[in-house]
Write a protein that binds this ligand. Structure first.
Ligand code: NAP
Length: 504
């Protein structure tokens, strides 16, 4: 088996980062700032960007406002819109790569296929494949940072008869831009955050669109508009304005957490959503279909001002009858109606709580991640996992948000990882691992906090929950709470050790 030539001592990098999305790049910048330059970033694609590279569907944009959805240490004053579109986010990410001179660390077209902890050297052996890798290549690193993001494995449901379909099919995260939708009969499955963005765009060009809705989302108006020149000038020239604006957006977003715990505030927000629906959908029958029957916040609350109007178009039909069968050129709904279909587009989300079912990650003493997580995925603060030394998950279990910017969480996690590395260095160790007791304590707290929470008791299912209805993905408190918990590291939560050979 070929092994990549030496980076640091013994042929291992100080750190191997997986992915060039916001989290992988933030980790790289954090390492550089802390004086660590001996690291590599492995990227399966030929370009940086993570989720903002992968998702190119029409209308793809972020539903968190531009001024907040960026690194706190890398503000951008000239956003073109209040909510950033995918291409502008991708440009921002590329700009960050250039500014921090990260390209020299990135190996493109190098996909990670597995990672195994080598007890004899206290390093991770990361197996890679792809055009950028040698056959059977292994990249070694003392630390391994997983920045693949929780939403990157498309979920395509196994609909009855799907294999017999003769038309075009694709998932929202794998959009086929070569397929011309003009005049076509299109079925869209799913009505989540992605679908509500692309449905209004494609509804204008397709001949007919049948939207298969299983659960209607709660939708608030989206106060999007171009950023005015005068605002940009203010952000750029008047000290404090941009930061103040960013903080204000953060606080408004954060107030949703109060709502999840305070039914009166929630009533206010759901009243606004109902008003929005009533104003945009005059037809009572359609409105009834689109009215959620679960508590707001149970699933991610969405923002859109063009989704409902798209559904009122003559060429759009919403069906709630489910898919009974896919035939070569049509879909039969649960109520027996047959819809002629040229293309099926899946807006059906991602594998999240089951994303590691087939991952080949082996920790200390041969511990497989599937065995460590036989009862469900869990980590300490979403970052470290007992039995897997020197492994750091970015946006790992229970660190997802439905109400605020994930970049806030990423920055907090990167700081936490750097503290772990500092503890390792200060202790003169070669490995650092969270103690099982600390991880258990933390996860008992997560379970307690989640018990009555809206994600679990709000009367819906979502990607936050695993097959047993346990919250495995959502952070069950405010982001301030997360910041406080990750601001300092309790050395007692970790075991720092070194190889016997290094002891003497
Ligand atoms: P999603 O929110 O998980 O929505 C998936 C949709 O597909 C749901 O409507 C779901 O119905 C439906 N579905 C799944 N399996 C189905 C099946 N077998 N039959 C029928 N319907 C099925 O996925 P997403 O829209 O791709 O968004 C995923 C996450 O990505 C979001 O929650 C968000 O965190 C992120 N995202 C963010 C933005 C942004 O602007 N920041 C934009 C897009 C995505 P049920 O609800 O009944 O399960």
């Amino acid at each position: 088996m070929a092994v990549t030539p030496a980076a640091g001592p013994g042929g291992a990098y100080r750190a191997v980062i997986v992915g060039t999305g916001f989290s992988g790049l933030c980790m790289a910048i954090g390492l550089k700032r802390s004086g660590v330059h001996d690291f590599v970033i492995l990227e399966k694609a030929g370009e940086v960007g993570g989720t903002w590279r992968e998702n190119t569907y029409p209308g793809c944009a972020c539903d968190i406002m531009s001024l907040l959805y960026s690194f706190s240490f890398e503000p951008k004053s000239d956003w073109s819109r209040m909510f950033p579109e995918q291409h502008e986010l991708l440009d921002y990410i590329k700009g960050v790569v250039d500014k921090y001179d990260l390209a020299q660390h990135i190996r493109f077209r190098t996909e990670v296929t597995g990672a195994e902890y080598d007890d004899a050297s206290d390093t991770w052996r990361v197996t890679v494949q792809g055009e950028g890798a040698a056959p059977g290549e292994v990249v070694r690193g003392q630390a391994l940072m997983a920045g693949m993001g929780p939403l990157h494995q498309p979920n395509v449901p196994d609909l009855p008869g799907l294999a017999s379909f003769e038309g075009e099919t694709f998932h929202s995260a794998e959009w086929n831009h070569d397929y011309d939708l003009a005049g076509k009969h299109v079925a869209v499955i799913g009505t989540g955050a992605s679908a509500i963005q692309f449905v209004p765009r494609i509804a204008r060009e397709v001949g007919a669109l049948t939207l298969f809705q299983r659960t209607p989302p709660w939708i608030l108006p989206k106060p999007d508009r171009p950023v005015l020149g005068v605002e940009r000038a203010l952000f750029k020239r008047v000290p404090g304005v941009q930061r103040g604006y960013r903080s204000a957006i953060y606080l408004v977003q954060e107030s949703f957490v109060l709502g999840f715990e305070n039914p009166r505030l929630l009533k206010l927000a759901s009243g606004l959503a109902q008003w929005h629906l009533k104003r945009q959908v005059p037809d009572a029958e359609l409105r009834a279909k689109l009215t959620p029957r679960y508590t707001m916040g149970c699933k991610r609350t969405l923002v859109s001002s063009d989704y409902y109007p798209a559904l009122t178009r003559d060429n759009v039909q919403v069906t709630t009858a489910g898919v009974a069968e896919v035939r070569p050129r049509s879909i039969v709904a649960g109520d027996g109606t047959e819809h002629p279909v040229d293309a099926i587009i899946f807006g059906t989300g991602f594998h999240v709580t089951d994303a590691f079912e087939h991952a080949r990650i082996v920790g200390r003493n041969g511990l497989r991640i599937q065995d460590a997580w036989k009862d469900g995925i869990e980590a300490h603060l979403g970052v470290t996992v007992a039995g897997f030394p020197n492994l750091f998950l970015l946006l790992g279990p229970n660190s997802g948000l439905g109400h605020n910017s994930m970049i806030f969480m990423i920055e907090a996690q990167v700081r936490y990882v750097l503290r772990c590395l500092e503890l390792l260095r200060a202790g003169g160790g070669s490995r650092i691992a969270v103690r099982a007791g600390a991880q258990d304590r933390f996860n008992r707290w997560v379970r307690r906090r989640s018990e009555g929470a809206v994600w679990v008791s709000g009367g819906c299912t979502s990607w936050y929950l695993d097959g047993n209805g346990v919250n495995r993905a959502a952070w069950p408190a405010s982001t301030v709470n997360y910041w406080l918990r990750t601001r300092r590291l309790d050395p007692a939560d970790f075991e720092v050790a070194r190889l016997p050979a290094a002891t003497g």
